[in-house]
Structures are given as C-alpha cells and as structure tokens.
Design a binder for this molecule. Structure first.
Ligand code: COA
Length: 169
C-alpha cells in the first residue's frame, strides 16, 4: 500500500481542497486527510466540526480517511506509514511558502516526498479565509464549498451574530 497524507487546517474544507484530494487519491492506494490541531491560525470551526465537515465531504471516497494530528507533519506521515505529503498549489504566491515547507520537511524526513498538484483554475483564487469573509457578509459561496459546508458557515455566522446581540443588550 502506497499512501499519502493531505495535511491542512481545513477551516472549512473547500471545493479547492476536494479537487486536490479527488485527483491525489488516484495516485495513491489511500489518502489520509490530516487536520492540523496546532498551527498559528485561529480557526472558526472547532477540530470536531472540521472533522465532521470533512467526513461528510468524503463519505463516498472509500480510500480516504480523516484524522487529527499534533506536532510535525512528517512524523504524522511516518505514523500513518505514508510515503508522501500531498499539497495543492494555487498561484505563484503559494510557491515560496510551500517550497520552504517542503524543504524543511525533506530535511527532517528525507524518505517522505511532497507531491504538489496544481489547483484547478476555478479554485485558484479562493481560500478558506476569503470564503469565511464572504459568507459572514451574506454572500453565497456555493461555487466554492459543498452545500453542507455552506449551511455550516451560515449557521456559524448566525450564531455569532446572535451572541453579539446578546452581549450588546
Ligand atoms: N484550493 C483552494 N484553496 C486552497 C487549496 C486549494 N487547493 N489548498 C489550500 N487552500 C487554502 C486554504 O483554504 C487555506 O486558506 P486560509 O489560509 O485562508 O485558511 C490556505 O490555502 C492554506 O491552507 P492549508 O493548505 O490548510 O495549509 P496551512 O498553511 O493552513 O497548514 C500545514 C499547513 C498544516 C501543513 C503546516 O502548517 C504544517 O505542516 N504544520 C505542522 C508543523 C510542521 O510540520 N511544520 C513544518 C516543519 S517545521
């Protein structure tokens, strides 16, 4: 079995992530989506919520599983027995960061390769942050996320708005 991990924050999972996953899983016998528990971002969705959204999005993908990890990505890849780390590249702006990350990972774990796939052009300008921003301002984001993620975003922002109203009154 030659498997890969697909690490990220997934706050929330987008159609861009799913595009990379759908194409990446054809290259391997299996892919483990690895949700990073500790990075410098302040996520909107809890780890449990991100896991639920990913499980729903990948429920028809038999060779994909979803796990949470802490610490180094390469160590988690080893723990999973994976031979590669799958990452998507959107634009030139991603390259420098991804290049640095891939070289750091290669230095720490020379046996694990990073495999990059180019994101499809219709998703090359989106990010989870841009989608959250648009959704918080009531813009439809159905072109970029699956219906259950759009619903979760609307519910999250509606709850946040009612929390703010409660605090103000
Ligand atoms: N289409 C559209 N958007 C995409 C995308 C795609 N194919 N792929 C990524 N994105 C977006 C994400 O939505 C995300 O947007 P955001 O910044 O607005 O949240 C952004 O690109 C990058 O996110 P992601 O792919 O989730 O990566 P990340 O930078 O949040 O996390 C880790 C990267 C988890 C892999 C990295 O932090 C890590 O390895 N951490 C563990 C510690 C470690 O090993 N460090 C390295 C050695 S020191």
């Amino acid at each position: 079995m030659r498997t890969a991990i697909y690490p990220g924050t997934f706050d929330p999972v987008t159609k861009g992530h799913l595009d990379i996953l759908t194409r990446g899983k054809e290259l391997f016998d299996g892919v483990t989506i690895a949700i990073a528990a500790d990075n410098q971002k302040t996520p909107l969705f809890s780890l449990g919520e991100r896991m639920e959204l990913l499980l729903e999005a990948t429920k028809d993908m038999p060779n994909v599983d979803v796990r949470v990890f802490e610490g180094l990505t390469v160590e988690f890849a080893r723990k999973c027995g994976a031979v590669a780390i799958l990452r998507g590249l959107r634009a030139l702006s991603d390259f420098e960061y991804e290049f640095q990350l891939a070289l750091m990972n290669k230095k720490i774990a020379p046996d694990i390769e990073t495999v990059f796939l180019m994101t499809q052009s219709e998703f090359s300008f989106i990010s989870s942050s841009a989608i959250k921003w648009a959704s918080s301002l009531h813009a439809g984001v159905s072109d970029f996320v699956t219906p259950h993620v759009e619903k979760a975003l609307m519910a999250k922002f509606s709850n946040l708005r009612s929390d703010v109203r409660d605090e103000d009154s």
